[in-house]
Write a protein that binds this ligand. Sequence first.
Ligand code: ADP
Ligand code: MG
Length: 474
Amino acid sequence: MSVTANSVWNNCLDFIQDNIQPQAFKTWFEPIKPVKLSDSALSIQVPSKFFYEWLEEHYVKLLKVALTKELGDNAKLVYIIKMENTYGNREPFTEQIPSANRGNVSPQEMDVPIKSKNPELKNPFVIPGIRNIKIESQLNPSYNFDNFLEGDSNRLARSAGMAVANKPGGTSFNPLLIFGGVGLGKTHLAHAIGVEIKDKYPERTVLYISAEKFTQQYIESVKKNTRNDFIHFYQLIDVLIIDDVQFLSGKSGTQDVFFHIFNHLHQNGKQVILTSDKAPVDMQDIEQRLLSRFKWGLSAELQNPDYETRVSILRNKLYRDGVEMSDEIVDYVAKHIKTNIRELEGAIISLIAQSSFNKKEVTLELAQEVVEKFVKNTKREVSIDYIQKVVSDYFEMDVATLQSKTRKRHIVQARQLAMFFAKKFTKASLASIGSQIGKRDHATVLHACKTVDNLAETDKQFRKYIEDLTKKFS
Ligand code: ADP
Ligand code: MG
């Protein structure tokens, strides 16, 4: 058997897996791809610079032992970093360590020092008339790391946040951009980082501000002719946290001023933390030069929490509020509210409130009622038609082909998958599924479901189809 990057790396993985926690293995080793083997140097591709630093900090010894076992004493490891701006379908940029180079700043983009007309510094947070020298951080201490529960969906963002909090301005995740959908914990995590920094480094100036408020302050400063004071104020901050930067879309004046502030802070080793509801590549109407800054550091996504994380968030909430609730209820809520932690918490708070007003136990019926109110707006019915459409699109055929009588293997498989998903995601009977997918009988549908189950276990490619399609339905 010939030695390839793949075979070497697979052997390393076997060894590594035996020596670390399964969760750590999953987080830090499964995403790595072996790329090249030349002489005794193995190149591996890692998802980000953060990933690389984490591996170097925590697993360098283990990697060394594993690699030496495979390639001898001269073994070398080369990291190839997939750049953060590969969201979407672009060709991945790669960067090979140790050529880490932050990209040169072209002259017209350099930060131009701005002279203040007014020597006394204006703090836009100060209410006129009240003297206030210290900059208040505007942080909410109840959003901290202790109550930001960890799960697969937030592990990378949370670890990156921790790393930044330990060494603000001293890691390559600058800026740290946390992005993800509504109610997934961006604001919470952003505060948690700030709170942790204040705790560790009380002398540093930390400031949390929403992009909206930042914009208002900026507009105000232009009106009052104090734009330069505004800029100077922000240039004094050690750790600047701006929440919901997507709000800056289309606001070129504010973007411009933020660009200057950002450059100044970055060049002076200050930390910038941003949140957004989109990945940089999907941001609309944000200037290119600003977007390129966002990509300098790390973009870490908060994804939809999985079932276990949802349960632990609910349990934790109940525990902190000193409320007991049966597992059945917790399970019900966690199973039905999937894509928004704020709604998850809202439902449980509403249940707690109802039970304490009425002084009675929370029943499953009450839970169903409450949950229904929360999910009504977001629920999307998956129909058999929709399933056929999605499966046909995925295999690049039309629905008529999928339903046709042909026995061509790839078409049969597509049809069977459509039947399988119809069984899984709708309440329709086997007979009804069969009649809607090309007029087949219930036995054919049953056979299709069994075949899909079998193939899922034995055929890797087929399993991938199922995974891809499942994502499209959930
Ligand atoms: P976003 O800013 O992304 O819209 P928030 O930060 O406001 O979301 O979070 C919504 C709610 O969910 C908050 O009450 C927050 O405390 C809670 N939350 C989010 N993620 C977690 C988590 N991992 N652990 C505990 N609570 C969380
Ligand atoms: Mg928010």
